[in-house]
Design a protein around this ligand. Sequence first.
Ligand code: NAG
Ligand code: NAG
Ligand code: NAG
Ligand code: NAG
Ligand code: NAG
Ligand code: NAG
Length: 437
Amino acid sequence: MRISKSLLVLGAYGATTALGQNSTNTTSPATLALSTDDFFSFFFHELLALSSNGGTASGEVLRAASQITAGDFESVYTEFKFLADSLHSVATSINATRYPVSAREAYFRAASYYRASVFFLVGNQTDPRLFDIWDAARADFDTAMALLDVPGERVTLKGPGFDIPVIFWKATRQDGCPAPTIILGNGYDAPQEETYHQLGREILSRGWNLVTYEGPGQPSVRREQGLGFIHDWWTVVTPVVDYLIEQRGADVDPQRIALGGISFGGTLAPLAASREHRIAATVAIDGLYSLQQGTLAQFPAALARLFDSGNQTAFDAYLNAARANPSVSSQFRWFIDQGLWAFATQSPFDWFTRLGEISLDPDVLANVSGPVFVGRGQNDDTAPGQEKKVADLLGDRAYYHEFETALGAGAHCQLGAEPQLAQAVMDWLGDVFEKIQ
Ligand SMILES: *[C@@H]1O[C@H](CO)[C@@H](O)[C@H](O)[C@H]1NC(C)=O
Ligand SMILES: *[C@@H]1O[C@H](CO)[C@@H](O)[C@H](O)[C@H]1NC(C)=O
Ligand SMILES: *[C@@H]1O[C@H](CO)[C@@H](O)[C@H](O)[C@H]1NC(C)=O
Ligand SMILES: *[C@@H]1O[C@H](CO)[C@@H](O)[C@H](O)[C@H]1NC(C)=O
Ligand SMILES: *[C@@H]1O[C@H](CO)[C@@H](O)[C@H](O)[C@H]1NC(C)=O
Ligand SMILES: *[C@@H]1O[C@H](CO)[C@@H](O)[C@H](O)[C@H]1NC(C)=O
């Protein structure tokens, strides 16, 4: 899941119901609450959002949501594992030779629900379910992918000290010419399989190539290679660009390669584009300058002071106690758990310090050579003001786009309004690419 988009989202969802408000009142709740636990509500919305592009089905998600106990991480596992196993059984009962579309769609959804089931389990980094269930998700996704008219192709590229899992999704085009290509990465927690259901199908349906990938800290690299996030993200992206230019020349127009990043990927993509200048345009969904600074601003004052004091023992003790305390908000517990997992550490202080090293700054942004789409959700409280800051530092290289709460697009990464996101991003990219000689 994407919270992947992950968001960090400390707090954008109101749990109250809007009564008697009209749609243009942006101080009323941004959307309908699906749980008394705000973060569970957000998580369910993330899953519902994948339904636009075949990753889930709304009735299936809402049924599971109705059975889940607010704040109970194990009940998320139980209900989504049940749903995943059930959809997997449906999928395997279909004769895929005869009914390939039915089988494919069921396998895709089973894969999404397997991934959802372990979303909240990252607090115990040795929980075998984090690995076994993930393998089941991968297997179902790959079965589904093989049933596409043009199957995605998995390749493993070499980075400095790590392998980069990539899926190349070739455009379907009548003209057979090399096509524009978008390399699209996710953020703090979502896997590349989810990227396909989020914006990936939107890109492919416009006749462009899609490349999804994961680097250190992201789900499969973390699981299979034990590696946490790194700051020099261009070392992940450059081998991908090499591959496109050197090995996919018949499919890829080398002048028209864009790099997009979702959520924390909104930091990673400009970071990579600051050193990888074969990227013709960059897309930051949304414009996130520093996840660490955005988070620090939302910490209780005493915790922020503890971090600033540099006392690792005390900071670790505070956050370890918080994440073990069921009365602390699900979002806060999960955010720390996910951070420790994704940075492959047991020390909250280590995680949070290294998170700060993965930030933009004026010098990094000065090095981004092409135009940059900077998105902002009107109701996104992840890191308020950072999108504008990124755009201002980029100056006339930035295209700043605010998505409206009144149209259901105001959440972080325009969660649930992917068609609006795709329209804005893809039409802008189309204009940018049109001008390239
Ligand atoms: C919604 O309420 C605002 C005041 O909050 C008002 O200005 C606006 O006209 C209303 N819009 C509709 C469509 O009723
Ligand atoms: C908008 O919604 C908020 C929160 O529900 C409410 O307090 C406020 O009165 C509403 N504003 C208008 C103009 O209706
Ligand atoms: C599956 O469908 C194909 C094509 O209709 C058919 O040839 C094959 O026998 C079927 N397989 C099974 C196990 O029924
Ligand atoms: C983590 O999971 C492992 C494997 O299931 C288990 O042995 C261990 O007790 C768990 N640790 C905690 C702190 O729950
Ligand atoms: C760090 O915090 C711990 C626990 O609160 C305290 O015992 C220790 O003296 C502190 N260390 C420093 C260098 O302030
Ligand atoms: C900007 O690019 C130059 C040339 O590649 C490099 O030497 C410099 O370190 C870069 N600055 C930043 C902050 O990335």
